[in-house]
Design a protein around this ligand. Structure first.
Ligand code: GUN
Ligand code: ZN
Length: 446
């Protein structure tokens, strides 16, 4: 099946040009809030050229009439956001009251995930989830479905239909969860092998060996996850680590021989350049060193960390130790699919630790930085020529307060920081995946 947006052999070239203020990054801007921060690439009022679903160039003036032109002068165009940790079946339990992690899982999350035993729930859930990502300006994601292979099938199929870059895999649990959400090791290995054969490397899809978290896996299951990773090239690994203190104490009880929570995964060969570990709040220097050496990334999920009362992720300590950091909504622990709200929360989580998070660092991390950490920076996350044209078009301001704040901004960073802090999905005008328009803001009628 051909990828959406790509040219069919022998078919005509498709040419789209979009006029807007273009913001992307060529490299990590560090912690500078200056308008000339390294790696920042801001081109006010330029045209982005998209040919056969890929970025073909950027220019100040309008291209010729062989291009289909869309004039969005005065709006902001960015690469689509990359959400590196989000749960498809948890839209139904977003904003659930009054529990920390372990109680939240048992009370809300596991019951919601049981519904995905039903193929129609999987199908509808996957469609709704991906359309919701697009309606929040997110075009790529690393996703947890449920233990049911049908939930991963439905997610991959829906992503393939939309031409989206999605990384996912059957969620592995074989203890400490309701019986109908656990799968024995042999069965899960066979399910995973079948899903890898069906989806890994197809179009823009990749398989992630998906260990829910250490408490819901036996050593035998963790060993099986390690075998899958060793057996297949290019697989990702996703899990949770060191999110909540009660969870940490439980892991220490369950795995008395492990040096730390992270070490449970390290011992089974689950760390590596394609490993994505959500949270990473309660780690020590030895853990950080293990993450840095293996180039495993922490998917920082500030909205979830605040909502579930989990703790404050020490971004600077991770970065100083060489640990790659990406950003994630972690819905339904997080309370919004909007990466912009997540970035605003990330700023506040750092502020509570007396660290200032510049807009540049936040936006880089949510685009090119995530792409780089996932080994996908030649495909997504920037306007580099040849990248797939996954794009989000934003209003600079929505509503009278934001409009007044935008008008008052004196520097580019001040303007972009106010946008990042005040904007959400209501600012989104349109989303393209591989040059195809897949979301348009609904027309408001008065
Ligand atoms: N740890 C294990 N499962 C989950 C989950 O679904 N959400 C979060 N936030 N943490 C987890
Ligand atoms: Zn999670």
């Amino acid at each position: 099946m051909s990828m959406r947006g790509a040219r069919r052999p022998g078919g005509p070239t498709t040419r789209l040009a979009i006029r807007a203020d273009l913001l992307d990054f060529t490299a990590d801007p560090g912690w500078s809030a200056a308008d000339d921060a390294p790696g920042l690439r801001y081109r006010a009022d330029h045209w982005l050229l998209v040919e056969d679903g890929r970025v073909a160039g950027v220019q100040p003036g309008a291209p010729d009439a062989s291009w289909q032109r869309q004039d969005h002068m005065g709006r902001l165009l960015m690469p689509g956001f990359v959400d590196t940790h989000v749960h498809m079946p948890q839209l139904e339990v977003i904003a659930s009251y009054g529990a920390e992690l372990l109680e939240w899982l048992n009370t809300y999350t596991f019951p919601a995930e049981r519904r995905y035993a039903d193929a129609t729930v999987c199908e509808a859930g996957a469609q709704r989830f991906l359309d919701a990502l697009l309606a929040h300006g997110t075009t790529s994601a690393v996703v947890f479905p449920t233990v049911h292979p049908g939930s991963a099938d439905a997610l991959f199929a829906a992503a393939q239909q939309r031409g989206m870059r999605v990384i996912a895999g059957q969620c592995l649990m074989d203890r400490h969860a309701p019986a109908d959400l656990t799968v024995a090791v042999e069965r899960a290995e066979a399910d995973s092998e079948a899903l890898i054969a069906r989806w890994h490397g197809r179009d823009r899809l990749a398989y992630a060996v998906t260990v829910r978290f250490a408490p819901t896996s036996t050593d035998a299951q963790l060993a099986m996850a390690g075998r899958l990773l060793a057996r297949h090239d290019g697989l990702y690994m996703q899990t949770h680590v060191a999110e909540n203190r009660a969870e940490l104490a439980w892991v220490a009880e369950l795995f008395p021989n492990a040096r730390s929570y992270l070490d449970v995964y390290a011992r089974h060969g689950l760390l590596g350049t394609r490993s994505v570990l959500a949270h990473g709040i309660w780690l020590d220097a030895t853990d950080r060193d293990a993450l840095a050496r293996s180039r495993s990334q922490i998917a920082h999920s500030p909205s979830s960390n605040l909502f579930l009362g989990s703790g404050l992720m020490p971004w600077r300590a991770h970065e100083d130790a060489g640990v790659p950091v990406s950003l994630a909504t972690d819905v339904g622990g997080g309370t919004s699919l909007a990466m912009l709200r997540t970035l605003a929360d990330a700023y506040k989580v750092q502020a509570l630790q007396h660290v200032r998070l510049p807009a540049w660092k936040a936006l880089y991390t949510a685009t090119r930085g995530a792409a780089h950490a996932l080994g996908l920076d030649s495909e997504i996350g920037s306007f580099d020529t040849g990248c797939t044209a996954d794009l989000a078009l934003w209003d600079w301001a929505h509503g009278s307060v934001a409009i007044a704040r935008d008008d008052a901004a004196r520097t580019l960073h001040e303007r972009v920081f106010a946008w990042m802090t005040l904007a959400d999905e209501r600012n989104l005008q349109a989303t393209w995946v591989a040059g195809q328009p897949l979301y348009r803001t609904p027309e408001t009628t008065t």
